[in-house]
Write a protein of this length. Structure first.
Length: 113
């Protein structure tokens, strides 16, 4: 996987959904499962645009809780999603994605670590 060339400046709900999915799993594995909930900063406008999109497949298996006042999205993977990613190959994909894309969508959303 190649490292992203800078920050993406065009909003894409599907790319943000995929970011939420994989970064949630990265957070899960980096904390060895001790903190199952990843927290993201995302404006109400971008959260609404992401969740109102017709295509939401990347969000399957994720429990989302959005605090509009604080602009914090808390995301917890369900057991099925954890099991899907709990293989050496999928963990490697998650690690590579984290390294390449952790700051790619910073204008729209970022993982609060």
């Amino acid at each position: 996987m190649e490292k992203a060339a800078g920050e993406l400046k065009v909003f894409s709900s599907i790319l943000l959904q995929e970011y939420v999915r994989i970064m949630t799993m990265a957070h899960f594995f980096k904390t060895a499962g001790h903190d199952q909930t990843a927290r993201f900063h995302i404006s109400h406008e971008h959260y609404t645009a992401m969740t109102d999109a017709a295509f939401k497949m990347p969000l399957i298996g994720l429990n989302l809780d959005y605090d509009a006042e604080k602009e914090i999205l808390s995301v917890t993977p369900d057991q099925g999603l954890i099991e899907h990613y709990d293989t050496p190959i999928m963990k490697e994909v998650v690690d590579q994605y984290y390294d390449a894309y952790a700051h790619r969508y910073h204008s729209f959303i970022f993982l609060m670590e």
